[in-house]
Design a protein around this ligand. Structure first.
Ligand SMILES: [Zn+2]
Length: 281
């Protein structure tokens, strides 16, 4: 029933997406490098998903953030990319994006591996609340357009994709049944490997050649070593913005994400080769 009403609502929204507005959105799509190489059909689907995303959520500027139409369209297009072949329902139910002008301070609570609860204050560029809004820092959006391994919008929306399976971000999204057992083999192994490599890099003298080599061999954002939820978000972010790096680091995980999301960004990413000394580990 939920799907029926969301489909009905989207069809109604699309009746307002006329050729003039489509042309306007197409300009933004053409100007976003990480959307390069999508087929004509994929571009049409992305535009329509982005339009429905924008009109299905409240975009709220806070602390005097100056939110323009271009910002909103770019955010909506990037939000639509991970679910291009899954549909917007894959994000579960949430209603609002809060846009901050800069990074913001938030109180964090977490329980460590020994069951001890911790509280801390941290400065963040983005956050996705379980059963709540997505928070984005506008100052980081300018960096979130290129094939550079960083995309705040995709990272935070990846948390929503993860949370849509049971409301908790834990690195286990709502996978189709045939992928589940492979995921339970591949994902924890890749996470453990990422943690091991991050620990090794941290243990080496800062700035030394060995430390630099260890950081380079991580390939994807060390922040993924925080926990499985962050590792999932970092991997989805890399999948769409530096797929060669993710495929170098964890080929089986790249393959599984490709099956889950129904996409292969490797085929449209600018090609590069790792330096010879980084190839073997
Ligand atoms: Zn995160």
């Amino acid at each position: 029933m939920f799907t029926f009403f969301s489909n009905w609502r989207r069809q109604r929204l699309l009746t307002r997406f006329d050729s003039e507005r489509r042309a306007r959105w197409q300009q933004n799509l053409d100007a976003l490098p990480i959307l390069d190489g999508l087929s004509q059909q994929e571009q049409i689907r992305l535009l329509e998903l982005g339009w429905c995303f924008l009109h299905g959520k409240r975009f709220t500027p806070v602390m005097d953030a100056e939110l323009t139409d271009d910002h909103c369209i770019d955010i909506a297009l990037m939000a639509a990319l991970p679910v291009l072949n899954l549909g917007l329902d894959a994000y579960g139910v949430f209603y609002e994006l809060l846009i901050y002008p800069e990074e913001f301070v938030t109180d964090l609570q977490f329980v460590d591996a020994n069951g001890v609860e911790h509280q801390s204050r941290e400065e963040l560029s983005g956050e996705a609340w379980e059963q709540g809004p997505v928070l984005l820092s506008q100052s980081k959006l300018a960096d979130s357009r290129h094939w550079n391994g960083y995309n705040l919008v995709i990272h935070e929306l990846a948390h929503k994709l993860d949370m849509a399976n049971g409301g908790i971000a834990d690195g286990l999204p709502a996978l189709p049944v045939p992928l589940q057992s492979d995921w339970l083999q591949v994902f924890p192994k890749a996470f453990a490997n990422h943690c091991r490599q991050a620990e090794l890099a941290l243990s080496l003298p800062e700035g030394s050649a060995e430390a630099n080599l260890a950081w380079d061999r991580l390939w994807i954002d060390p922040y993924g070593a925080e926990n499985q939820a962050e590792f999932f978000a970092v991997c989805v972010e890399a999948f769409f913005t530096d797929p060669i790096a993710l495929n170098l680091a964890y080929p089986p995980l790249y393959h599984l994400l490709g099956q889950f999301l129904g996409q292969n960004p490797l085929a449209r990413a600018p090609q590069w080769q790792p330096l010879p000394h980084l190839r073997c580990q």
